[in-house]
Design a binder for this molecule. Structure first.
Ligand code: GDP
Length: 301
C-alpha cells in the first residue's frame, strides 16, 4: 500500500470535512480552506514553490466556480483540488516508448539505495509478463555487491543478466553497457535494462559516468529512480540528475514508507518530467505504472 502520502490524505480529509453541509462558500470560507490546504501540503513536505502555485490555482478556481446542480460546494472544492493534483503529478499517464527497431534501451539512474537494482528486476518482470524478452545489464561496477545483487534479482524475475566476467578485476561499465546492446541484438532480447552506479550523494564523477553510459548506448528512455522517503532531497537530487544526465521520466520508490513523502509529489512539476512508474515494497510484484489521476484519487481518499 502507498503509505507515504497518508499524512497529506488525513490533513486534506480534515480540511474538506469543515466544508461539508455548507450551502455556499464565502470568500472567507475559500480563504480559510486554502490556508488549510497550504498547511497540509507543506506539512507533507511538498516543495514550497509548487504549494504556492497550487493554492493560488485552487483559490482562483474556487472563487470563480458557479454553483452547479450536480456538486455541492464541498464536492466542488474537492474536484478542483483533485484536478490540480493530477496537474502537478503530470496530467496524463506516460507510457513507456519502445524503439521502432529493437532492442529498446532503458537506462536507470539515481542515487545508491534509491532502489534502482530492485526496480530493474521489477521492470524486467513486468515487461516479461507483457510478452517482452528483457535483458538486465549490470553496469553498476562501483559496489562490489552490485553485480551479484542484480543477478539475484534477475533470477527471481527469471530474466537473464548480462555482466562482466567474474575475475576480470574492475570492469568498465561503459563497455559492459555497449556490449550488452550487441548481445541483445544477437540473442534477440527486445528490451535492455541498464542498471548504473549510484553514490550516496550527487557527485560529478558519478554524473560523468552516467552521461558516458548514456552516450554509449543511446537509450530510448532514461529513468531517474528516486526514493520518495528522502524528502526535499528528492527534489534536489532530481534537479541535479536533470542537469547532469537528463532523463525522460521518473520512478518513485518506497511509496510504502513513512508518511511524509510529499516532496516526491513536487518532482514532476519541478523537473517537467513525468512520473512513469511507482514502487511500493521490496517484492518484485510491488510495482506499477504511475497514473496521476489514480494517485490523486487515492490522496483525496
Ligand atoms: P540501489 O542501490 O539503487 O540499487 O537500491 P536497491 O535496489 O539495492 O534498494 C535499496 C534498498 O531498498 C533494498 O533494501 C531494497 O530492498 C529496498 N527497496 C527498494 N525498493 C523499495 C520499495 O519500493 N519499498 C521498500 N520498502 N523498500 C524498497
Amino acid at each position: 500500500r502507498d503509505t507515504v502520502f497518508d499524512t497529506l490524505q488525513d490533513r486534506l480529509a480534515a480540511t474538506f470535512k469543515t466544508l461539508r453541509g455548507k450551502g455556499r462558500l464565502s470568500d472567507a470560507d475559500i480563504d480559510a480552506t486554502c490556508r488549510e490546504i497550504r498547511i497540509a501540503l507543506l506539512e507533507a513536505d511538498v516543495a514550497l514553490a509548487v504549494v504556492k502555485d497550487f493554492v493560488a490555482a485552487v483559490k482562483e478556481r474556487a472563487r470563480g466556480a458557479e454553483l452547479s446542480g450536480a456538486l455541492n460546494p464541498a464536492q466542488q472544492v474537492i474536484k478542483i483540488v483533485n484536478d490540480e493534483l493530477i496537474g502537478i503529478l503530470g496530467g496524463e499517464t506516460r507510457v513507456l516508448r519502445f524503439a521502432k527497431r529493437p532492442p529498446t534501451v532503458i537506462m536507470l539512474a539515481g542515487l545508491q539505495g534509491s532502489g534502482k537494482t530492485t526496480l530493474a528486476g521489477k521492470l524486467a518482470l513486468w515487461l516479461k509478463e507483457q510478452g517482452h524478452s528483457p535483458l538486465l545489464v549490470a553496469a553498476d561496477l562501483q559496489r562490489p555487491n552490485a553485480v551479484t545483487q542484480l543477478q539475484v534479482v534477475g533470477q527471481r524475475a527469471g530474466v537473464h543478466v548480462f555482466a562482466p566476467e567474474p575475475g576480470n578485476g574492475v570492469g568498465d561499465p561503459i563497455r559492459v553497457a555497449r556490449d550488452s546492446v550487441s548481445e541483445a541484438q544477437h540473442k534477440l532480447y527486445d528490451v535492455v535494462i541498464v542498471d548504473t552506479a549510484g553514490r550516496l550523494g550527487v557527485d560529478s564523477e558519478l554524473m560523468q559516468q552516467a552521461a558516458d553510459i548514456r552516450d554509449a548506448v543511446n537509450p530510448d528512455e532514461v529513468l531517474f529512480v528516486v526514493d520518495a522517503m528522502i524528502g526535499q532531497d528528492a527534489v534536489n537530487t532530481a534537479r541535479a540528475f536533470a542537469a547532469g544526465v537528463g532523463y525522460d521520466g521518473v520512478v518513485l520508490t518506497k511509496l510504502d514508507g513513512d508518511a511524509r513523502g510529499g516532496a516526491a509529489l513536487s518532482i514532476a512539476r519541478v523537473t517537467g518530467r513525468p512520473i512513469m512508474f511507482a514502487s511500493n515494497g521490496e517484492q518484485l510484484k510491488d510495482f506499477d505504472v504511475f497514473h496521476p489521476d489514480r494517485m490523486a484519487s487515492r490522496i483525496l481518499g
